[in-house]
Write a protein that binds this ligand. Structure first.
Ligand code: PRP
Length: 190
């Protein structure tokens, strides 16, 4: 029996928005949904580095389907927190996706610019199907319209970290999603 311990709460955290239990439950539901939607098939997860790593790792283990894994990296945000609107491909897929059922796995959709770029890029490579799973949807901030077929949680426009999401490369390893105290990012915006 695993030892239970209270979640570590760094002083920069204002409040926990989504507990690790809530995330685990939702990821399990999404995993079962994928099993239904792709019954008898196999999936290629395209995980967007780096924030989506914990979500992709948990989601692939929440489904009984055969899942292959590949990665892309793009740069959209700098160390600062505002979306620049400029998306650049830093690392491409290792393998072709032609004829495959592809699921893009993202941690958060904010303006939608990153996902819009990746969806278009991958669609041009002739996958059999192309869908998106995003853990978080910050819908109020959307600038580019983009389809997201599987959403974990719709969240308000607050600065969130944890479960893959960072502030200046910190807090990615928190097992929950938390709101950062505003004085930590000194009004750079969320
Ligand atoms: C974050 C997030 C999405 C993107 C969402 O990535 O993981 O990819 O921003 O923002 P958008 O909808 O406004 O485009 P980030 O550039 O912070 O990289 P990271 O995942 O490596 O932290």
């Amino acid at each position: 029996m695993p030892e239970s311990r209270p979640d570590y709460l760094p002083p920069e955290v204002q409040e926990i928005l989504l507990s690790s239990e809530a995330i685990e439950r939702r990821v399990r539901e999404l995993g079962r949904q994928l099993e239904k939607d792709y019954a008898g098939g196999r999936l290629k997860f395209v995980c967007i580095l780096k924030g989506a790593v914990p979500f992709a790792a948990d989601l692939m283990r929440a489904t009984a389907l055969p899942v292959a894994l590949d990665f892309v990296a793009v740069s959209s945000y700098g160390a600062a927190t505002r979306t620049s609107g400029v998306v650049r491909l830093l690392k491409d897929l290792e393998h072709p996706i032609e004829g495959e059922d592809v699921l893009i796995v993202e941690d958060i959709v904010d303006t939608g610019l990153t996902l819009g770029y990746i969806r278009e890029l991958l669609a041009r490579r002739g996958p059999r199907s192309l869908r998106v799973a995003a853990l978080l949807d910050k819908f109020e901030r959307r600038v580019a319209e983009v389809d997201v077929e599987y959403v974990g949680f719709r969240i308000p426009d607050r600065f969130v970290v944890g479960y893959g999401l960072d502030y200046d490369e910190r807090f990615r390893n928190l097992p929950y999603v938390a709101v950062l105290k505003p004085d930590v990012y000194r009004g750079e915006g969320a």
